[in-house]
Design a protein around this ligand. Structure first.
Ligand SMILES: [Ca+2]
Length: 384
């Protein structure tokens, strides 16, 4: 008598989709923005966007509201990188209305950066309090990404403001990733007691993202822009609390034991990686999106098992397509579509030669899957 067939083993669903080319569909959700830099999503459906000249704009009900939600005295000039940059909504925005922004301002001829908390009152932003002030700034290397981590802490990237040695100075906030309580105080479990510094040795970090499975923090960093051999080596780093990422002593994969090497670097290419984020569901779960400014593309990075520290595959989208290049991108796949921006307002650098920077468009890449995720059409080699 034949024994009954054992039930077919049910394979555990894969933690993340296998690498495979993705084909995006692109849709414009707003036009008429000027140098948009970062964005975040309110639970009521509004999208908050910074414009580097100093305006916080809101898309509501599918339309860009004509009046800014808030205006700040940002120091932004043609050819500079400074101005209004990062924005993050409080995880409890629904109840407290807090919005955090970071911008460069000028005072007595010098440039500084500050992190400010605004509050949403009757559809307008008012200053609640300044959380950090007088971080030395410059026309380049101001960092600028602001995001909440899965631990409920507020993270901020600060560039070296063109003074490389400050990145190794533990008493300077430049060249660092900072970790704060939402009221600006220093969490007691920070790696350096009493200090907001979470990681050091960074040049101009502008991207922060947490892996949806491991919750580990990844950060992009711009490599040096000098002539060979000191050019390029843009980095994607896995951030350990208290980690030292080498700048200015080491850039790219340097192999020095006292520094942490990147998990990915650009070698002699220039990507100029700014905003990064992870997809969280569907075919983009665990895929890291990297907005490349000078590289003018959106880079997709698949990180592999067992610990998602190893780069398995990469894909480049929109290479040199000026309309879809990603300068200034507040790349945000985790809670909404990815939004590559069109043009950064930096003619001669991010914009193609001879093309005048113009008001930018914001374009999500949609996939039709859950509303709150980046949605992509499936390429022919994508399993499942
Ligand atoms: Ca490094």
């Amino acid at each position: 008598m034949p024994s009954p067939q054992p039930p077919a083993p049910t394979a555990a669903p894969p933690a993340v989709p296998s690498p495979g080319p993705l084909t995006p569909r692109v849709e414009v959700v707003a036009t008429g923005l000027q140098a948009p830099w970062a964005l975040d999503f309110a639970p009521d459906g509004r999208i908050f966007i910074t414009e580097r000249p100093g305006r916080v704009r809101v898309i509501s009900g599918g339309s860009l509201l004509p009046e800014p939600w808030a205006t700040v005295p940002a120091a932004e000039r043609p050819g500079s990188e400074s101005g209004l940059m990062g924005i993050a909504l409080d995880p409890d925005f629904r109840t407290n209305g807090f919005v955090y922004i970071y911008y460069t301002y000028q005072e007595q001829g010098r440039l500084w950066n500050r992190l400010v908390r605004l509050v949403d009152r009757n559809g307008r932003g008012e200053v609640d309090r300044v959380l950090i002030d007088r971080i030395p700034g410059a026309s380049v290397h101001d960092g600028g990404r602001v995001k909440f981590g899965p631990d409920g802490k507020l993270y901020l990237t600060v560039g070296d403001a063109a003074v490389g040695d400050s990145a190794q100075n533990p008493n300077s906030l430049n060249g660092k990733i900072l970790r704060l309580n939402p009221d600006g105080t220093v969490p007691p479990d920070n790696p350096f007691p009493g200090s907001p510094v979470d990681a050091l040795g960074l040049r101009n970090p502008q991207g922060l993202a947490w892996h949806p499975l491991t919750r580990q923090l990844f950060a992009s960093d711009h490599g040096p822009s000098g002539g060979p051999p000191n050019c390029c080596h843009d980095e994607l780093n896995l951030i350990e609390p208290g980690g030292n990422y080498g700048w200015p002593a080491v850039f790219g994969v340097g192999g020095a034991p006292r520094f942490i090497d990147p998990v990915l670097e650009s070698g002699t290419e220039t990507w100029a990686p700014s905003g990064i984020d992870f997809g969280v569901t569907g075919p983009v779960r665990g895929v890291l999106f990297v907005a490349a400014l000078r590289g003018q593309h959106l880079r997709l990075v698949w990180l592999g098992l067992p610990d998602f520290r190893r780069v398995e595959a990469q894909q480049v989208l929109f290479q040199h397509e000026a309309v879809r290049a990603a300068p200034g991108c507040g790349c945000r796949a985790g809670r909404g579509p990815v939004y590559p921006d069109e043009q950064s307002g930096r003619p001669g650098l991010a914009a193609p030669r001879g093309r005048q920077a113009s008001p930018a468009h914001v374009r999500p890449l949609r996939t039709g899957l859950p509303v709150n995720d980046a949605v992509f059409g499936r390429g022919p080699n994508l399993a499942g």
